[in-house]
Design a protein around this ligand. Structure first.
Ligand code: NI
Length: 172
């Protein structure tokens, strides 16, 4: 396995709308390796979700594990939210926007349909953190980031803070 490079805001590649996955593509060994590498990259970061878009692969799939023990890996391929209800506000972060956290309002409860990593269709009804994470990762596949929900002024502050962080890292 290998760790992958995670694109960071405001990299324009994060704005790419991902294209649908052809199920046959899942049967290629290189695709399965890529999924394993995405899990390794997410666990190492550490994070609870990673969309393919974030590692510059513009196909509609993502990996998630919101469990404490990091033993419940989930893969969503071509995910579609078919029902949503309620509202919850959660302080979100993102591996592509390191060190920044902000409140975002999303649906409390969702139903999502997707394929798993072997290409089998499933439907999941969920709420709480997993529902937040799924909505956040699907946004990535649309080229959308959680900072897009902030005011333009706040988003500009985030961009400057990240640029400053990067400068310090480069200098170190
Ligand atoms: Ni993210």
């Amino acid at each position: 396995m290998a760790q992958l490079l995670i694109l960071e805001f405001p990299d324009p590649r994060l704005r790419t709308r991902a294209s649908a996955v052809n199920p046959a593509w899942l049967h290629e060994p290189a695709t399965q390796r890529l999924i394993d590498d995405m899990f390794e990259t997410m666990y190492e970061a550490p994070g609870i979700g990673l969309a393919a878009s974030q590692v510059d692969v513009h196909r509609r799939f993502m990996v998630i594990d919101v469990s404490e023990e990091k033993d419940q890996p989930l893969v969503f391929v071509n995910p579609v939210i078919t029902a949503r209800s309620g509202e919850q506000i959660y302080q979100e972060g993102c591996l592509s926007v390191p060190g920044i956290f902000a409140d975002v309002a999303r649906a409390e409860r969702i139903t999502v349909t997707a394929l798993d990593r072997s290409g089998s269709a499933f439907e999941l009804q969920t709420d709480g953190l997993l529902a937040v994470c799924i909505q956040h990762e699907i946004d990535h596949l649309e080229g959308k980031l959680f900072v897009d929900y902030l005011s333009p002024l706040k988003r500009e502050m985030v961009r400057k803070k990240l640029a400053k962080q990067r400068k310090q890292t480069d200098a170190a």
